[in-house]
Structure formats: C-alpha cells, structure tokens
Design a protein around this ligand. Structure first.
Ligand SMILES: CC/C=C\C/C=C/C(=O)SCCNC(=O)CCNC(=O)[C@H](O)C(C)(C)COP(=O)(O)OP(=O)(O)OC[C@H]1O[C@@H](n2cnc3c(N)ncnc32)[C@H](O)[C@@H]1OP(=O)(O)O
Length: 718
C-alpha cells in the first residue's frame, strides 16, 4: 500500500491504493512504517510522500467510517511526520483532499503540479477535518480563508493554494524527479520552524468579526446542515485556544458530527451518487455498452426548457443548433440563452471565456436541413404526444442514421414517442429539471426498444454537461414525477380538508425542502398544472369540470382550477397561492383573497374544515411518495433505492443531510412507515397511491436491512 524506496539521499514513500489512494488502515500503517524507516535509514536525509497513479491521497477511506477505528490513527501518523528528524516533502498531484491534505500540512514542505487541487471536503460528508486541519490551515491562510475553505469543502486549484500559502512551490515536468531535487535542496536547511503548530494565527484578534461573518454566511448558504457551522467553530478555536486545546475542540466537534444522523446520510449520498453511474438495462450495462461520440448537437424548441438545455450543452463546449418554428420564438430563445449566460457569469458560475465561446457555438436555425449531420438531438417542445410524434417523424427522415434522438418529456412513455420513427433503438428520454441550467438531475429513460448504446451515450452526456444522470425504465411519469404526483396531490388534498398552504409549506421547509409545494406551484405556474391536468384527462378520454371529484379512479381536487379561473397563475401574475410584491416577484406573503378562494371552494362542496397536525401533513406527503417509490422498485422502473434518493436530491432539492426519501424511510423503520401507510389507506379513501405496496410490506415484515433492498427488486427484466 506504501512502497518504500531510496533514491540517493531521499526516501520515497509512494502511496499505492487505487483508485484515489484513500488513507485506509493499510495505508496508514504503510506511512507510519515508512516514516520510521526513513528516520532510521542512515542513507536518508529527507523524505518524500507522493501518490502513485492519478492522485495524492484524496482523503480517509470513507468506507471505514462508522466501523471500529484501527490504529494508527491519522493524527498519530501526522504527528510522526511532524516530529520526524528529517524534513518531509509532500509532492502533490491530482486531488489532495481531506486526510490527504492533513498529511500534506503535517509535512514540512508542499510542492504541487499546477493541475493539482487541494481541499477539506469533509463538510460534504457531514464532518470536519478531524486530524487538526482546522487548527493548521488557519495558521497558513488566515481565518477568513480557512473558515470559507473548510465550511464549503471547495477544491482549491494549486495556483490559488499557493497564493493562500498552502503550497510552497508550483512545479512542472515529472513530479517525482522535481520532488527528488527539491528534497535534496532542503536537506541543508533548518526545518523545525516549518512545523505549522508553532505558527501564530494571523489577525487572531479579529476572530469574533470573522467568525460572525462566516456563521451568517454558512447559515444562509447551507441552511439546515450541521457540519458547516461546526467547521467555523473549529477554525475559530484555532485563534481562541492553544494548539493542544484547539486540537481537542476539533476532535470533540468531529465526534459529535460523526454520531449525527446527518453525517450518516451525507456519506450514504456520496456512495449513492457513484452507485447510480453503474446502470443496467435489459441487454446491456455500463460495463458492456460503448457510448457514441457526441461532437455536435441540436435542440428542438427554444422555450424555457429548450433554451436551458442549450445552455447546458454550450457551457460544456458542445456546438448547438437551436431550432424553432418561427423567427420570433427563435430570437426569444437566443435572448433567453444570452441572459442565462450573462447571469451565470455575474454569479461566477461560468467564466467570461466560456460564455464567449458558447456564443460562437450557438447556431439558431429555422431549418431541419441544418441538423441532418448532428450526433445528438434533444427535443424540448410542448408536452403533447401528437406534437412530439410529429417532431420525431421529421427527425427520423432528416437525421443521419447514427444520430441519437432524445426527448425531454417529463411524463410521456418513450415507446409512444419512438413509435413515430423507424429507429426506436436510437430514441431515449433525457428529462431535465427546471431550471435546466441549474438542477443537476438528468433522468435518462429507456424504452423497450432503446439500445444500450443509446443509453451509454446519454449517460456519458450527463457527465459531460456536469449533471448527475440516473437511468430509469419508461412508464408514465418515470421515476421523479411519478413519485412527486402523490406528494404534490396530498399537499392540495390537505388544503382542501383544512390546512392552509402556509402550514403545508412550513412543514416541508422545516424538514429541509428549500420551498414548500405551494411556493413551487407558484414558481412553476398554476396555469402549467392546470394544463397538465387537462392533458391527463384527455389521455383518459374525459374532461375536467367543476363537478370533477375523481380522475382516472383517483381523488381529484379542483382548487388549482379555481385559482386558475381567477387569473392567479403564481409569481408570473404577482399572485397565486400567495401574494407577491410585484408581477414576477419572489417574496411570498399570505393573501386573504387566496384564503377566501379556498374557503368558498370548501363551502361549495360541503367540506367542513378540520385542524390538521404537522405530523399528518408530513406523513401524507412523504409517506405517500415513499409508497410509490417502493412500487417503482417493485416494477423494476429502477434497480436500487439509491436511484430514487439521488433523483430527489438533485431533481427536487431534497435535503442531502436526510439522504433521500428511501434512506429516510429506512431510518424511521419500514414497519412504522408501512403501518402509517395502512392508516392513511383507511382514512383517506379514493387515492390509489395509498394502497400499501407489497414490496414495502415484505421488506418491513422481514426486517430487511437497507443494503439488501435491491436484492428483492424484480430483476426479471434484466
Ligand atoms: C481521525 C480522522 C481523521 C481525519 C478525517 C479525514 C477525513 C477525510 O479525509 S474524509 C474524505 C475526504 N475526501 C473526500 O471527500 C474525497 C471524496 N472523493 C472524491 O471527491 C472523488 O472521488 C475524487 C475527486 C477524489 C475523484 O473523483 P472521480 O475521479 O470522479 O472518481 P469517483 O468519485 O468516481 O471515485 C472513484 C472510486 O473511488 C471511490 N472513492 C473516492 N474517494 C473515496 C474515499 N475517500 N474513500 C473511499 N472510496 C473513495 C469512489 O466511491 C469510487 O468507487 P467506485 O468505483 O467503487 O464507485
């Protein structure tokens, strides 16, 4: 795990633990032995620590967290480095993160190649640097930088790290050769004062000012997360306490966080995000299917979604033909793209260089002929089967045979769309979430005839455009919207029965959702949900009237329609479920007129308003969604609960510190969740989504641990 060799007067400790050289137990033992050996070796006058392969150690081995820790601990290894009688040089490439950066900061010198990145991402795992990083970084960088770096987990590029004082030298050429030269040079220099423990924290007298600014920022930016606050507190103690006391304070905070449910959930989410990349479908998987190259693209439809999708492709450096049916729509799409790009530059999300290049890559057009040679097309026209089929029939005639034809449908079965082409194997769903340039989920959907090659192509595309792609099998609503349907319907039913939109939103926001369902409805537009309901009715061969109480055998609430009839479409009209300060405003306040609409709706239908508890609000929304999640698993729409959880985290901004709805259910206990679902099945009749799911029942009855759930999912279609 750590290879020891001597080159002239320099010992080289090469960490060899692919893929990321994580500092698991064997590596810690190897480093300890290597340092002790180097210290004793009479040939050796300095020591290098370097990573083999793609990176310097990228942190502790996260898989060891939660298990009994085995000595030597990282701090003990670090203390050996720090007190070594010979100077130790950390030679950094790739990602020097977490425990890796701890090792580097214990070393006496740090050199790095310019492409390297350093950081303390522990906070993203619900933790803080646990081997003294919060005490040593501030001594190098000062308090504000240390507080920001540690509470954000940001990866800092080598050049910036040099500016901060973290890296001593940026080097070029072969890292080992340069490091050997550097390690020889430092042999004649005194190095005891290189030990960070003896440095004073710059501007320690301003700690109160820095800490209060940092705390205000993290509480706003990472609302609900415990770790960022603890990170600031740990760095703060580096200025307020002695080094030893600060180390103890950091340790206490680390242990507190480690025992919290948040850390467990965030570490689960880390591995879940990686698990979903290992997709499988009938006839192929990430192991067997090869993606086709995507060098050019087209987006059909320059509305809000189409323009947002174009921004994603352009930002990744892909040329995009933006196709519309008339000049007016086309120009409005181009303007929207320009304004999204300008906004992203202003927020520092996109560099000016990328924005300028994007402008040259965008090719607005009205002609299908222009897109005949592109490698991949994404259709983003109105959510209507007939219109989509018309577009796909044209694409089939025009596009080259190898082109991948994607649809950004949010609900329609891919098989119904691909039937309009002679090449259903090339048709795949790529469902973006609004706003497309911001939300990270890309729900990729395969139909019965979609080829693994087409899936491999869109899974790779997702990564290229910096999204988190999740693969699901086609069905109405797919994974995310299918689960969101009961969640969202229950919110309206709760208001119909007596809750206020504010009460429902509050429960959701207290749980950690960034916005309650009624604020979301106001944002996306009440007219949009009105129209979707009509489309659903049309597909079911019926229509919606004031008397409609059931739709497709399910309970239906017409409250949304009453708001629509009053022209209250949400933010875009300045009023919806809430009142806004202006048309397009963002500040939602309760509105007596909205309350009046709700009251008269209840009166006209003889509904007697009742008091609804926050617990009922929570359970009816989240447990109905969880029940649907189990149905999705049972039907093989996805293969593992991780795919559901990641879809909620990145598609609906579900709080990562709760892991996702399925993980959350496992923490509550499946038997309890199942019992409550049975209760609502009895007390809330007429909603198919309350029929208790069989898979859930089976897993609950057999007390199956979360990690085994996927084994009970139907794999018959693989
Ligand atoms: C007393 C306690 C003292 C100290 C506390 C120290 C705490 C820590 O160090 S916490 C860990 C801090 N480090 C991180 O959080 C880094 C996590 N990793 C990443 O961000 C990325 O993996 C990467 C930037 C390092 C590389 O990205 P990429 O090239 O895209 O690869 P993948 O993310 O797909 O990862 C490949 C493979 O490696 C597994 N993996 C990555 N990091 C770790 C890790 N720290 N421990 C264990 N395993 C790790 C990852 O799961 C992938 O595995 P699979 O191929 O099986 O999916």
């Amino acid at each position: 795990m750590v290879d020891y060799s001597v080159n002239g007067s320099v010992a080289v400790l090469m960490v060899n633990n692919p893929p990321v050289n994580a500092l698991g137990h064997a590596v810690r033992v190897g480093l300890k032995t290597g340092i002790e050996r180097g210290a004793k070796d009479s040939r050796v006058r300095s020591i290098i620590i370097i990573g083999k392969g793609q990176t310097f150690p990228a942190g502790a081995d996260i898989r060891e967290f939660g298990k009994p820790s085995k000595e030597p601990w990282l701090t003990a290894v670090g203390n050996l480095i720090k007190t070594c009688s010979k100077p130790v040089v950390a030679a950094i490439h790739g990602t020097c993160l977490g425990g890796g950066l701890e090792i580097a900061l214990f070393s006496h010198y740090r050199i790095a190649v310019s492409s390297a990145r350093v950081g303390f991402p522990e906070v993203t795992l619900g933790l803080l640097p646990g081997a003294g990083g919060s005490q040593r970084l501030s001594r190098l960088t000062g308090l504000p930088v240390a507080m920001e770096m540690i509470s954000s987990g940001r990866h800092v590029p080598a050049r910036k790290a040099k500016e901060y004082g973290i890296i001593d030298e940026i080097v070029s050429g072969d890292l080992l050769k340069t490091a050997l030269k550097f390690a020889q040079e430092v042999q004649s220099r005194p190095f005891k004062d290189r030990c960070l423990r003896y440095k004073v924290v710059p501007n320690a007298d301003r700690v109160e000012e820095y800490a209060s600014a940092a705390l205000t920022q993290v509480k706003k930016k990472y609302k609900g997360f415990e770790a960022p606050v603890a990170c600031v507190q740990a760095v703060r103690s580096s200025a307020e306490l002695s080094y030893e006391e600060g180390m103890k304070r950091e340790r206490d905070l680390f242990l507190q966080l480690g025992q919290s449910g948040q850390a467990k959930a965030q570490q689960y989410a880390f591995f879940a995000e990686r698990a979903v990349t290992k997709w499988q479908m009938p006839g192929g998987s990430y192991k067997t299917a090869k993606p086709l190259p995507v060098r050019s693209t087209a987006v059909i439809g320059a509305g809000t979604m189409g323009s947002g999708i174009a921004v994603c492709l352009l930002s990744a450096g892909l040329p995009v033909y933006l196709l519309e049916q008339n000049e007016k729509f086309l120009q409005s799409g181009v303007k929207l793209i320009e304004s999204i790009m300008a906004g992203s530059v202003k927020l520092g999300k996109v560099s000016m260089e990328t924005a300028k290049r994007a402008a040259t890559l965008l090719k607005p057009t009205l002609s299908y002929d222009d897109i005949k040679d592109v490698d991949l097309v994404i259709e983003a026209v109105f959510e209507n089967l007939d219109i989509k089929k018309e577009v796909f029939s044209k694409l089939d005639k025009i596009c080259k045979p190898s082109a991948i034809l994607c649809t950004n449908t949010s609900t329609i079965d891919i098989n119904r769309i691909s039937s309009a082409t002679s090449r259903p194997e090339k048709v795949v769903g790529t469902h973006f979430f609004a706003p497309a340039y911001h939300m990270k989920l890309l729900e990729n959907i395969y139909g019965t005839k979609t080829s693994p090659e087409a899936v491999a192509t869109v899974m790779k595309l997702g990564k290229t455009i910096n999204k988190v792609p999740v693969l699901v099998k086609s069905c109405h609503g797919f994974l995310a919207n299918r689960m969101n349907a009961p969640f969202s319907s229950e919110a309206i039913f709760l208001v119909e029965e007596g809750a206020s939109p504010q009460e429902v939103d509050q429960v959701n926001e207290d749980f950690g959702m960034p916005m309650g369902p009624f604020k979301v409805r106001d944002l996306s537009g009440i007219d949009i949900s009105w129209r979707i309901n009509r489309e659903v009715a049309k597909v079911l061969g019926t229509s919606i009237t004031k008397e409609t109480r059931f739709l497709g055998g399910n309970r239906y609430c017409g409250l949304n329609d009453d708001f629509y009839d009053k022209g209250r479409y949400g933010r875009k009209t300045g009023k919806g479920w809430y009142l806004y300060e202006k048309v397009g405003g963002k500040t939602a306040v309760a509105d007596p007129e909205a309350e009046e609409i709700i009251n008269s709706y209840r009166q006209s239908r003889g509904i007697v308003k009742r008091k609804i508890t926050p617990q009922e609000i929570f359970e009816r929304q989240f447990y109905s969604a969880i029940n649907e999640g189990f149905r999705i698993l049972e039907e093989g729409i996805c293969n593992m609960p991780e795919e559901i959880d990641i879809s909620w985290i990145y598609g609906f901004s579900y709080p990562k510190y709760r892991g996702g709805p399925m993980f959350y259910a496992s923490q509550i206990g499946l038997q309890r969740v199942y019992d409550r679902i049975c209760h609502y099945h009895e007390t809330c009749p007429y909603s198919i989504h309350w029929v208790p799911n069989r898979l859930l029942k089976k897993l609950a009855e057999n007390n199956v641990p979360f990690t085994q759930w996927a084994n009970h999912v139907s794999k018959s279609k693989m």
